[in-house]
Design a protein around this ligand. Structure first.
Ligand code: NAD
Length: 281
């Protein structure tokens, strides 16, 4: 059943003029990083960890030192992310970009693996664990600049530009998406004619809104036009292809045209091989 759909996805990609990929924790499980909500996900097995995660951003606002204490005590998860290596799914997307087909990857993942695999246009919607960000002046710094892994006791890293407390460049629950990445992701969503959605349960908003916008953008544009805020032009809905171990709300709500069910590390390389064959013809 997978094979005709793999051929279909490859043909759709070759036909597309501006394909983008959206990725989630599922594409990194084959790099040894557990997802949150899959059958073996961290939160599926430990719902209390999910409750704790809802408090992290409040902690930073209340007392940045307390935040760094919590982040440091959970440093093992962040260290796993920093030390992980990309798998065949990440490499396949990097290759699709080199072939000139994929124009951008928008990822929810904070593990930095798309860049490590060689993808160049990557929007990290929820940030990345290998950077720090200043919520006051929006400056970003490489993690290594602060040597936080070597802390004997939790310190409070301060911004080198404005001296305010830094946090990880990771979007915690209740924290707004940084405006630069939110804006660029929306632009890519409006521009694409194919969206390849890999390994996300598509339940975390506002990220999960992006496929819905791509699918329903004609309607979206009409709505915005009534408020007088947006310029209206006719744009057809994008083709939406999912690759996931299991169906998602996008499958069930008819947002995606079809789903290729299975592991991204198996399926994406096959799609790329098929794309190459089609390009050679
Ligand atoms: P999720 O955990 O909610 O969903 C993962 C989805 O991927 C599930 O539908 C699961 O069935 C599927 N999946 C698992 N392994 C797969 C594989 N090998 N191939 C194909 N599909 C597979 O993840 P999400 O939708 O990305 O949302 C979770 C949030 O948690 C994100 O915001 C993300 O920032 C964060 N997170 C990131 C990482 C990471 O950076 N690697 C890891 C865990 C969670």
């Amino acid at each position: 059943m997978g094979e005709p759909l793999i051929e279909r996805a490859a043909a759709d990609l070759v036909k597309s003029k501006y394909a983008i990929a959206l990725t989630g924790a599922g594409i990194s499980t084959e790099s040894g990083i557990p997802d949150f909500r899959g059958p073996n996900g961290i939160w599926t097995r430990n719902p209390e960890a999910e409750m704790a995660a809802y408090q992290t951003y409040d902690k930073f606002l209340r007392d940045p030192k307390e935040y760094w204490q919590a982040v440091s005590s959970g440093i093992s998860f962040y260290s796993i992310l920093r030390q992980a290596e990309p798998n065949s799914g990440h490499h396949a997307l990097a290759e699709l970009e080199k072939l000139g087909i994929l124009k951008c990857v928008i990822t929810q993942n904070i593990d930095g693996l798309h860049r490590k695999a060689g993808s160049r246009r990557v929007l990290e919607y929820h940030g990345a664990v290998n950077r720090l960000r200043c919520p006051s002046c929006s400056s970003r710094f490489e993690f290594e600049e602060y040597e936080l892994d070597n802390m004997d006791e939790p310190l409070l890293p301060l911004c080198k530009k404005c001296q305010n407390p830094l946090k990880l460049d990771v979007v915690h629950f209740n924290e707004p998406i940084p405006s630069d990445v939110a804006h660029q992701s929306l632009e890519e969503t409006w521009k694409c004619d194919l969206m390849l959605i890999c390994g996300t349960s598509a339940v975390v908003y506002p990220f999960a809104q992006l496929p819905r916008i791509a699918r329903q953008r004609e309607a979206e544009q009409e709505k915005k036009a009534k408020s007088g805020l947006y310029f209206v032009k006719e744009v057809a809905a994008a083709a939406i292809v999912e690759i996931n171990a299991e169906p998602t709300p996008l499958t069930r709500d008819g947002i995606s045209d079809y789903i290729i069910q299975g592991k991204t590390g198996d399926i994406l390389p096959q799609v790329v091989e098929m794309v190459k064959q089609l390009l050679d013809r």
